[in-house]
Write a protein that binds this ligand. Structure first.
Ligand code: NI
Ligand code: MN
Length: 218
């Protein structure tokens, strides 16, 4: 599987299917025609271009209803549950984060913000969404044994690097990719310092990816 850090919290997973998570970009171009779109929550910097893409989408129940009303073929899931589409399994996890659905100029109740565990081709990717550190990340690690954890490190609206270091230990994924930083000055962080600190103190490897950069997952 190939993982591309598109920008901000947007990630493309390419294996037997092309799965695009949180399709929001500021400077980069959005990958065209993904097979599946996954949305963690309704803040504009995550739901992004979901309506314009109009691809099969998996997201939370509350967002799913609004997307379906707007013609997007959407399947809703809720915390602890999941669905499989064409060999891709998506499971919704807890995230500790506020949530309003920001869609086409409207502000709607958004239900719970989420993280998403995505399984494809025998690999498991945990996209934490926007979240604070919470101790049940240990449960996500125990239940799903992710191969990769995508963790926000920007602070202000999510975990900062210190919290993400604790999260990485609790989740136990052998590889961490930092996301949701340096998009704007308010979430400026040094990902290389995060990488150095985590790799010095744990066996976890950190892949710092520039926007648009890809890695092959083993
Ligand atoms: Ni958010
Ligand atoms: Mn965000």
């Amino acid at each position: 599987m190939r993982l591309t850090y598109v920008e901000h919290a947007c990630v493309l997973l390419e294996g037997s299917r092309r799965v695009l998570v949180d399709p929001y970009v500021l400077n980069e171009r959005l990958p065209a025609d993904p097979d599946l779109v996954v949305v963690t929550h309704g803040h504009h910097d995550h739901i992004g271009e979901t309506v314009a893409l109009a691809r099969p989408t998996i997201t939370t129940n509350e967002i799913a209803k609004e997307l379906a009303r707007r013609g997007v073929p959407t399947q809703g899931i809720n915390t602890g549950g999941g669905v499989e589409v064409d060999g891709v399994r998506v499971t919704m996890t807890q995230a500790v984060h506020s949530h309003m659905l920001e869609l086409e100029g409207e502000r709607l109740p958004g239900g719970d913000a989420a993280g998403m565990v995505i399984e494809m081709d025998g690999l498991t990717v945990y996209h934490a969404g926007d979240t604070a550190l919470f101790s049940d990340m240990k449960v996500i690690g125990a239940l799903h044994s992710p191969d990769v954890a995508l963790l926000p490190i920007g602070g202000r609206f999510t975990m900062d690097p210190a919290a993400a270091m604790c999260a990485a230990r609790w989740i136990g994924a052998p590889l961490v990719v930092p996301i949701h930083y340096n998009t704007w000055p308010v979430i400026a962080q040094d990902p290389q310092a995060f990488k150095a600190a985590l790799e010095r103190t744990t066996d976890v490897r950190v892949a710092v990816l520039a926007p648009g950069e890809s890695i092959e997952l083993p």
